[in-house]
Design a protein around this ligand. Structure first.
Ligand SMILES: [Zn+2]
Length: 290
């Protein structure tokens, strides 16, 4: 263990985790954990992109209202990529860590900002998808039984084929109850966590208030839930770690110990140190797209 990924902070993380006993742990994940599964957030790496707006403009209620056809085309392409992706060793190691910690009487909660399905497919159980999920859609009309604040539909139950073949206003996927246009079941940039119960904002913050150790993996701290959880951890003076190959300067604000390495290296190594099952053994490695 002389050359651990992330260096000395990795050893400190393993030590802090060992000291946890049966106290609760919280892991917050972001886009960086799914990079090794070929999922990129930004279209900058997508030479086939035909959209002029940025991700941040496209993923808004404002854009949905101006150009639902354009937004749906973008989400169909995004969903296709997410559907094709496989969990990587970081996802599997987190699921194994959850089982290992549970076996010792502890709870490990994962709060993810990712809408992909890779944590649940890898086996994570105590999972809060605070930005929504790519396997569901919902009615755009607030108050509809299939819309906010509590309703949604499995994406597989909606016929998207007609729109896929011929994207236009009159082929837009519509709510089976009220015929309003459907929308992605995700938190748009111009929306709030409290707008849908599925985001489980209260559960995420409750986990932050319980956690005796907080680990960020593949996320920055600048906005939203990461900022709130970082502040809660600092106020409660619990150890906070971050796995980030390109450490963000904001990490210092929260007193974070940063492991400058990739999650798919650090997490299996942490699991091995803690005596968990050999991570990702017998599992297919995913190919990287980049
Ligand atoms: Zn409806």
């Amino acid at each position: 263990m002389s050359e651990t990924a992330g260096g000395r902070p990795a050893a400190l993380l393993a030590a802090a985790w060992s000291d946890l006993g049966d106290s609760p742990a919280l892991v917050v994940t972001g886009a960086g954990i799914s990079l090794a599964s070929g999922i990129s957030t930004f279209r900058g790496s997508d030479p086939g992109a035909i959209w002029e707006a940025s991700d941040m403009e496209l993923a808004t209620v404002d854009y949905f209202e101006r150009d639902p056809v354009g937004q749906w085309r973008w989400y169909l392409e995004r969903f296709r990529r997410l559907d094709d992706a496989e969990p990587n060793p970081a996802h599997y190691a987190l699921a194994d860590l959850e089982r290992l910690h549970a076996a010792g009487g502890g709870e490990l909660t994962v709060v993810t900002q990712n809408i992909d399905l890779l944590h649940e497919r890898a086996g994570s159980r105590r999972l809060i998808k605070v930005h929504g999920s790519s396997d569901r859609v919902r009615c755009s009309r607030v108050g509809c039984r299939h819309g906010a604040p509590a309703g949604s539909l499995p994406r597989t139950e909606v016929d998207l084929e007609r729109f896929r073949r011929s994207p236009a206003q009159d082929t837009l996927p519509r709510c089976p109850l009220c015929a309003a246009p459907l929308r992605a079941h995700v938190l748009f940039f111009d929306e709030y966590y409290q707008e849908h119960v599925d985001y489980r904002f209260g559960d995420a913050m409750a986990a932050a208030e319980r956690a005796a150790l907080v680990l960020f993996a593949g996320t920055s701290f600048s906005v939203g839930i990461t900022d709130l959880i970082g502040r809660a951890a600092r106020r409660r003076r619990v150890p906070v770690f971050s796995i980030d190959p390109n450490p963000a300067p904001q990490a210092r604000v929260y007193g974070v110990r940063t492991l400058a390495a990739r999650a798919e290296e650090v997490l299996p190594e942490l699991l091995a140190v803690l005596g968990g099952p050999a991570a990702s053994s017998g599992r297919d490695q995913t190919q990287e797209e980049s």
